[in-house]
Design a protein. Structure first.
Length: 675
């Protein structure tokens, strides 16, 4: 999981290694906590150690340390970020590890008094706990890696401990609300338009949906715990929609065919095998159907923003259609139950005004009303959040999922002792963390230490704090990024506006371009450059499928009253309303005010023209939106009139005939004189 830079820590080795002999080394080891179980005051922890370096490491030891129990979530943050861990416990020798070798080690750590050596946790509480991996590499002592966590030590884990007396419980327990997000990466191949079958770039969702997969575990864990009304599942509408479509069958491929592609001639396809380009059938349809049926059993639903998009960035784009799809598109039609209207920004704060209240960290600012959660608890559950004090941030990615899960569960327990709790778990939740937090929440509820509070009962607050987060959000999209999305959203709106709904066609123009808008939302959730560039490419292809077909290099009219004819074609699945725009220095065209081109078809447009009496007139023509924005590339044609051609050549012919007659007349007179 992690590879920490070598760190000088005196006294970490059980063997007598002088502090001055420990130096920083470039080599690091992977050190992960795989499992933990505590019984009768003894923790049994299993670690995995991997040596990715090219050097052998000898005299490996795992050492245990702790600090005093924490009583606040802020204190827990401080301990994880820069704790001292002054109390030493048991150590275990691991031997040596060769380059590329991986080994698993089970380590028994006494926690309570009565066993030696012990971490001496004398009272139940939440203790900062650290395991360090030390050893000798190239003759030098080194601390290679560590695992940090907040560990809850309670009466159940202590030997012969009595449970707390009911009289010690608070008269009015603090309230507990657990918001449990379920989402995943949505890997629909970019460039989808309405009416297309589902194409995924890979089949990882099928793996997550099958038994034992991530999405399967997350849902199972929640359904297996009785939170007595304190819990609510926050589902990503994009995930629910995609899984629902997967249940009907889907394809796995890294590309998608262009909807505006012209049909191939038979001879052009003789030597082209398209089988490899069509992809392969997906394997997760049955699991997807079962998963959808199971989420219908949930009692509380909260929709996340579509595809976990950044709602602050969406609001900055200021496109009504995009905002609606990000905030108001839910999955009620799939689950058959109403969903909460509380907004859940993935960043934990808002820096724009929204029509609905949001759930935000309590150290941020907002306009109007909002529900809040404790920022320190949020930072422990979702490390690195933008509302976190940078000096207290601790990269949990350095620790194993098991350590992260133990910390999250203990943090909820600490927060419950301070006051009312809103435990907003991270959007990309691991099954390990979900299980541990739900276990802790259930125990707190069953013991009467907290009382359940539904999401609908969360109080709404106002604030006079400055709008947004008090710290810089390094993950926020730049102004240049926003301008790019704004431009693509506008182009998508223009494409929508040129199409016309047809009663004979079930799909509407909004439905046709809806997936293109969703591509923009996915781009604003993190997959920015790739998603945006492919969406832009598809937009250009769709716009170029509406075009004019030039009549050739030169268009010849029979007479001056003859009309000009040009063909307009439409590769889109709906009729298109367009205007004909022209440019010419000398000619005047009488173009129709609006041209309706049938879906997947073409139409011949007739125009009258007033042209000067010259041999050739050049005209540039193109299709445009009703607002005069160009749709097609200009077509340049040269026009000449047959009547003009006749008049010019007629004069020449008469002159030639006159000359011939004059010559014949002279020859005739000479013959008469001669005779």
């Amino acid at each position: 999981m992690k590879r920490l830079s070598a760190l000088i820590l005196a006294g970490l080795l059980a063997a007598p290694v002088p502090a001055q002999a420990q130096t920083r080394l470039p080599g690091t080891l992977d050190f992960d906590l795989l499992s933990e179980a505590t019984e009768d005051g003894v923790m049994e922890a299993t670690f995995r150690i991997h040596n990715p370096t090219e050097n052998k490491v000898e005299d490996l030891q795992i050492n245990s340390r702790r600090n005093d129990a924490v009583s606040t979530t802020e204190q827990a943050q401080e301990e994880l970020a820069a704790g001292a861990y002054p109390y030493y416990g048991a150590s275990q020798s691991v031997g040596s590890i060769d380059p590329g070798e991986t080994k698993e080690v089970t380590f028994k750590v006494p926690l309570s008094l009565g066993q030696e050596p012990t971490l001496a946790m004398t009272e139940p509480g939440n203790y900062p706990l650290q395991f360090t991996l030390t050893g000798m590499q190239e003759g030098q002592a080194n601390s290679f890696a560590d695992e940090r966590m907040i560990f809850e030590f309670n009466a159940e884990k202590a030997p012969s401990a009595e449970t707390e007396d009911a009289a010690e419980l608070p008269e009015e327990p603090n309230a507990l609300t657990v918001i449990y997000p379920i989402t995943s990466e949505i890997n629909i191949v970019p460039g989808e338009t309405g009416g297309e079958s589902l194409i995924l770039s890979d089949d990882h969702l099928a793996e997550e949906l099958r038994e034992g997969g991530r999405l399967d575990k997350l849902l199972d864990s929640y359904l297996d715990h009785d939170l007595k009304g304190a819990g609510c599942v926050a589902l990503d509408p994009a995930l629910v929609d995609t899984v629902n479509r997967m249940a009907e069958g889907y394809t796995v491929n890294d590309t998608r065919p262009s909807i505006a592609e012209r049909p191939k001639r038979l001879r052009d396809s003789w030597f082209n095998d398209d089988a490899s380009q069509r992809g392969k059938p997906g394997t997760g349809a049955a699991d997807a159907k079962a998963w959808i049926e199971r989420i219908q059993n949930l009692q509380c639903h909260m929709p996340l923003p579509w595809a976990n998009t950044d709602i602050n960035a969406v609001a900055h784009v200021n496109n009504d259609f995009l905002t609606y799809e990000a905030l108001n598109r839910t999955y009620e039609d799939i689950v058959g139950k109403p969903t909460s209207t509380l907004l859940l920004p993935s960043s934990g704060y808002v820096n724009r005004k929204f029509e609905r209240p949001a759930l935000v960290a309590n150290n941020t600012g907002w306009v109007g009303q909002a529900a809040t959660f404790d920022a320190s608890l949020g930072s422990l559950l979702n490390p690195g959040a933008a509302y976190t004090n940078p000096f207290l941030r601790y990269d949990f990615a350095q620790d194993s999922p098991t350590s992260q899960a133990l910390t999250s569960a203990a943090s909820v327990s600490v927060a419950a002792s301070e006051g009312d709790v809103v435990a907003k778990l991270p959007n990309y939740l691991s099954p390990e963390t979900g299980e541990q937090v739900l276990d802790t929440a259930t125990k707190l509820l069953d013991a009467g230490k907290v009382r359940p509070r539904a999401v609908t009962d969360l109080p709404l607050e106002e604030t006079d704090r400055p709008l947004g987060t008090p710290y810089e959000d390094e993950s926020a999209f730049s102004d240049a990024d926003i301008v790019r999305v704004e431009q693509q959203a506008r182009y998508t709106d223009e494409l929508t506006s040129i199409m016309v709904n047809d009663p004979a066609i079930a799909m509407t123009r909004y439905d046709f371009t809806l997936p293109l808008r969703r591509d923009l939302l996915v781009a604003l959730s993190g997959d920015f450059n790739d998603r945006l560039s492919k969406q832009s490419e598809v937009l250009r292809t769709l716009r170029s499928s509406v075009s004019l077909i030039p009549p050739g290099n030169v268009y010849t009219r029979v007479s001056e009253s003859s009309p000009l004819l040009i063909v307009a074609e439409n590769g889109l699945p709906l009729p298109v309303d367009a205007s004909l725009i022209y440019e010419s220095e000398t000619a005047t065209l009488n173009t129709p005010s609006r041209v309706r081109i049938p879906a997947k078809g073409s139409i011949t447009v007739s125009m009258t023209a007033n042209m000067p009496n010259v041999d050739r007139t050049n005209i540039s023509l193109w299709l445009a939106t009703p607002s005069k924005q160009a749709i097609s590339e200009p077509v340049n044609i040269a026009v000449q009139t047959r009547a003009g051609i006749v008049s010019v050549y007629g004069v020449g012919a008469i002159a030639a005939l006159t000359l011939i007659l004059a010559l014949l007349f002279r020859l005739g007179r000479r013959k008469k004189k001669s005779s």
